[in-house]
Write a protein that binds this ligand. Sequence first.
Ligand code: PLP
Length: 376
Amino acid sequence: MSSAISRRKFAGFVGATLGASAFPSWIGASPKAAASPSSTDWVRLSSNENPYPLTPRALEALARAARSASRYPDEAEDETRAAIARSHGVAPEQIVLGCGSSDILHMADAAFLGPGKTVVAAEPTFEAVLLHARVTNSEAIKVPLTSDFRHDLAGMAAACDARTGLVYVCNPNNPTGTIVGGDELEAFFARVPPSTVVLVDEAYHHFVESPRYRTAAGMIERFPNVVVARTFSKIYGMAGMRLGYGIASRANAETLGRQASWNNTNAAGLQIALAGLADPDLVPTQRRRLNDTRRWLCGELERDKRRFIPSETNFLMIEVGRDVAPVILAFREKRIQVGRKFPSLSNWLRVSIGTREETAAFLSALRDIVPARAAA
Ligand code: PLP
């Protein structure tokens, strides 16, 4: 990718450029310390990754891909695009592949923003769209979440005007894990000007269990200004392989695709994704084990009488009753990497759901670092 902003550098960047208080952690820590959490003896619960290894089927696909590593992956891209299109009941021309869904977010900024345009997003939400938007010289309009930590869709619709090039709806929202329902989303789309593109980021789609939720992918036919971003990084456990995609009207897919660099995917990721899409057990198995672990953690937090935001994802926001920056550092001392600080929720800690053992290690460290009384 052309962008120099990596996930780990995110919060340091946010702190330095968006007015948040800068503090040392791996998000802005010394280079030596920053390198260490990647070692295997760390418990890594910071990037909402899937902690489980690739399935045997996926490993076979990886071995197959290795045999064609010397070739550009054009045919595999076509095959993957077709398989994704089939899974959504759309035409392959409506699918844009990306180097992770971050790439799709980047393309959307480049395609639909520019000087004089505005981008409307919730606060807090996943920062990538707003960060890339700065490069386009667009103005960011941030609409605070509701008191129950959900997107304020009415407020976001009201923030749209003729200058709005892009509205970003992260559903479920990172970092809060909350959703907006399908009916709410449709009512919102009906209020946004048709000339404004609404980018719905569904990175955590597969974890959602609420019956109120519906993917926006099925709404594109009625609202052609809607673009949906999906990723193989989360439930498919492919964060290191970098594959995501956008679903859009043919016209918007073409506009997005013009921003893509050639072969922005790789042979290995494509083959593993194809194997994952063909595996009927992968998604249900991963959802069950990660959601069960989240439920277990929530039960323990309730026993401690701690406040947390009910989540539909593989991460959870927990109130710690004080600025989270030193808390993050205290976890670090115990070789546990937790999520970055989100300045507008500065007393909240985001933790990704790991294996049961990793999550238990987190809980034990939490009880030590922030005794339940202190969090209340
Ligand atoms: N969107 C959301 C909401 C995320 O939380 C993330 C990653 O954490 C991404 C997009 C980007 O993921 P990737 O580029 O790995 O697909």
